[in-house]
Design a protein around this ligand. Sequence first.
Ligand code: EPU
Length: 463
Amino acid sequence: MDSEDRPITPSHGLPETHSSPEEDKSVLQIWGKSSLKGHVTISGAKNSALVVMAGALLCPQDCRLRNVPSLADVSRMGEILASLGVKLTRQGDVLDINASYIGQSTAPYELVSQLRASFFVIGPVLARLGVARVPLPGGCAIGARPVDLHVRGLQAMGADVHIEHGTVNAYVRGPSRRLKGAKIYLDYPSVGATETLMMAATLADGETILENAAQEPEVIDLANFCRAMGAKIQGAGTKTIVISGVPSLHSADYAIIPDRVEAATFLVAGAITQSEISLSPVIPDHLTAAIAKLRAIGALITPESPNCLRIAPGHGLTATDIETLPYPGFPTDMQAQFMALLTVSEGDSIVTETVFENRLRHVAELNRMGADIRVKGNHAVIRGVPTLSGAPVVATDLRASAALVVAALAAEGKTTIQGLHHLDRGYENLDTKLQKLGVKLQRLQGDSTTEVETAPLTPIAPN
Ligand code: EPU
């Protein structure tokens, strides 16, 4: 085996994960008032990669995934698949998955509790084996995040589902142990429930219709991957998805879409520093809401090519209102970063979070940096201030950590961000990518003052 060609275990292949946040003592220091310049390469989409990895469980043959980002969450999903008996090998951004043998129908609590997306394995494991036991993932920093829609959908497809001792036990009775196609209306267009039920339906007996389905690009990506394996799926990306079950799927070679949230985070970084940068690969259609809001705030965004965007300063930054909604509405995963931008945009903005009940925890940290934000219920009222000031801050969740990074870029002086295990879950090589754009930053490991990376003195030219 090539030295680069390693099976995924907790200590090989993908980057190691912090086993507990308490162990994560590293901090990121960022010196603000940077002007960014150059080009940034956008990685594969985290939320596509995670669910497509789960989707590979549907296939009894080799599957090759390309453009898989190197992230702590991807590592954790790899550990969960490995715990079920699946073989994984990674080389660069190519991940080979062989789920010909699934020796376990039970996912381990220690892993599922660390990564909510791992609950999504319930759909493909149940479809393949007729039985699946997956612990309830529990709440997380941004909300309670129940899985009732996943469970009700699987029940509609004929599964017996019981929740006992914190674990969801799902069985399909009958000699074939096959789920049955059903017409399912989702009370809310949940991304995860749509994905779980779409995967389960690919191998079900008959036709499944998902009404009020999520329309996110990651749902389409999963559908395209399943289709590459021979699944019959129509309507992904609309509110109605129709899946005709097939007896089995076959091997596929599939490239994950670019990460729209990472792209939006860099666009915000360009806007807040009044810089000119370009990014690719991106799918501009996936960024429609973010681009509309950036233009309303005052940034100039132009397509350089079908998969490359350039952002440049307009005439200052102006307040605007934002409400998060399911796609194609404004994404909750971009709310915190945009709020950071609005803190230095002239006038009063209102940000309303409607998707998760507890996703405004970055407000207190942004206020520590001199922002003027008041929260009432799920609304945040942001009064633009002329400038932020660097401060020690703590990241409370993944996108909150990105908001603090973005705020730090525009702040006077040094910002020290703790809680980097959140950042490392979802942003591949963020430190290096920012450094290449000319940002001065360094990561200090643990209690020591070991300098892990230092800033280049001159930014690279755009390419
Ligand atoms: N919900 C229920 N019952 C369910 C499922 C969801 O009430 O059975 C509720 C949730 O509690 C939440 C809302 O519905 O209030 C939306 O949840 P959804 O199921 O759509 O989200 P998810 O599938 O758990 C994915 C992403 C999130 C992203 C949301 C919304 C993955 C792995 N995660 O989560 O990504 O915010 O969709 O777009 O795909 C992130 O990347 O930072 C992140 C949190």
